[in-house]
Design a protein around this ligand. Structure first.
Ligand code: CMC
Length: 428
């Protein structure tokens, strides 16, 4: 016997019983709640989907109250300590950690796809000199769909995996090209004898004939950051990925949409916004004034708060530690003092305590990116590179889900009805 919920409609006095499965009720079961037979039936109203499960998933588990994050059941802390990014990418997409030969095959197959068509290079060259890197990434990812029309065969599992590998391998190349474009520097082709993160740093920073050997501590830090950002269940951008893919669009088009959702300052653009905020504050002595304005609603404390975490974001703890390791190599970022003091003040302030607003993953990541030498416009791109894997894992899961349907929410219509047309010369 399933667990059930009994609902009494006080308008009619009628009682309904609905099944409870996995601690949820089906919204469709509420349709039978009606006053009149020809009523549409009851719906739920949930702007921003704060309490609506849009799918079942086995990819990422979050307990926001306890500050727990797991990929496929493995705690993020263990993955960040023991894995490199490609191993975690395999885990997210395949559901299991790879053995040694599976990992070797996986990394080799990603290397086969790192190059992009030369026309993409030309397309990127046509952007303005000051084009935002994220805008360039979004549009060139969308363009890739025109190079791989076979990606439309979204019901073929083998074809989906080829496109997934292409995207994971090519997004860093597009990201690095966007950066080189902004610098006015020639693009560096990928170097496939390097690891995923080493190759990315090579494409970003290698200059002319000079040998370039990325600092191992930075390579490791980047692996850790990429692991932390790889997936985060049904966040805004993953939901967009699923929404677009639910219409059976190809993964390049869907991923461009997901990246666009990530771009906003309330989501993956927050790391850029944090750095700009720290620069605006400028000095520790200005923090109380800035915090007061946050409390007055003048602006938000960027890098603070989360829809799901009502505790310290476990990723922020790891990023903070990672920042220490990076600063040993690059020198301490002077904005760190402002960030640390800001965190201390906010964590003691009743406004933030009451609302359970803690630092999130974006609070410290920008300081690391800046120390590595990246401009702020690259920060959301640095989020998009690893999140590509999460978007693809969510997409794969969606395409294999028997309950998949095109996403099409309902609305509560509160506008005018049945008005007669008024000719323009008779309108007030
Ligand atoms: N600074 C000041 N007040 C805040 C903040 C903040 N950063 N975040 C939330 N609040 C307040 C908000 O004003 C509201 O107060 P009240 O109840 O008095 O109206 C209360 O806290 C609840 O906020 P909310 O907007 O209803 O919460 P939400 O779950 O809809 O929004 C959020 C979550 C992440 C969009 C929000 O906390 C925020 O804007 N944070 C700053 C942007 C940021 O750092 N984003 C990165 C998120 S982590 C990376 C990722 O995965 O995207």
């Amino acid at each position: 016997m399933p667990d059930t919920l009994t609902i009494t409609d006080n308008r009619t006095g009628k009682t309904y019983e609905v099944d409870i499965t996995n601690e949820t009720i089906s919204a469709m079961d509420l349709r039978k709640i009606k006053v009149h037979d020809d009523d549409f039936g009851m719906m739920t109203y949930d702007p921003g989907y704060t309490n609506t499960a849009s799918c079942s998933s086995s990819v990422t588990y979050i307990d926001g109250d306890k500050g727990i994050l797991e990929y496929r059941g493995y705690p993020i802390e263990q993955l960040a300590e023991h894995c490199d990014f490609q191993e975690v990418a395999y885990l997210l997409l395949h559901g299991e950690l790879p053995n040694a030969s599976q990992l070797a095959e996986w990394t080799d197959s990603l290397k086969m796809h790192t190059m992009v068509h030369e026309n993409i290079k030309e397309q990127m060259a046509s952007f303005r000199y000051d084009a935002h890197a994220m805008g360039m990434l979004i549009s060139t990812v969308a363009s890739l769909s025109t190079f791989y029309p076979e990606a439309k065969k979204v019901h073929c599992a083998e074809n989906r995996m080829i496109q997934a590998k292409r995207l994971i391998a090519k997004v860093p190349t597009l990201a690095a090209y966007a950066y080189r474009h902004s610098q006015g520097h020639p693009y560096n082709y990928p170097k496939n004898n390097l690891s995923y993160t080493e190759n990315f740093l090579h494409m970003m920073f290698k200059m002319s004939d000079n040998p370039y050997k990325p600092e191992p501590a930075l390579v490791r830090a980047l692996d850790v950051l990429f692991i932390l950002h790889a997936d985060h269940e049904q966040n805004c951008s993953a939901s967009v990925m699923r929404a677009i893919a639910s219409s059976e669009a190809d993964p390049y088009s869907a991923l461009a949409g997901a990246a666009a959702a990530l771009y906003g300052p309330l989501h993956g653009g927050a790391n850029e916004a944090v750095l700009n905020m720290l620069r605006t504050i400028g000095d520790v002595k200005n923090i109380p004034d800035y915090v007061a304005k946050c409390k007055d609603g003048v602006h938000r404390l960027m890098g603070f708060g989360h829809r799901v975490y009502k505790n310290y974001d476990p990723r922020a703890t790891i990023v903070k530690k990672c920042a220490d390791d990076v600063f040993k190599v690059t020198g301490r970022n002077p904005l760190l003092d402002i960030a640390l003091e800001l965190e201390k003040i906010a964590l003691e302030d009743e406004y933030f305590v009451k609302r359970k607003l803690y630092p999130n993953v974006d609070f410290y990541s920008g300081l690391i990116y800046q120390a590595i030498g990246l401009p702020v416009t690259m920060f959301p791109v640095m989020f998009a590179i690893p999140r590509t894997v999460g978007w693809l894992a969510q997409w794969q899961e969606l395409m294999e889900d028997d309950e998949r349907r095109i996403q099409r929410p309902r609305q509560v219509y509160l506008g005018e009805r049945k008005r007669d047309f008024v000719p323009i010369d008779q309108r007030g």
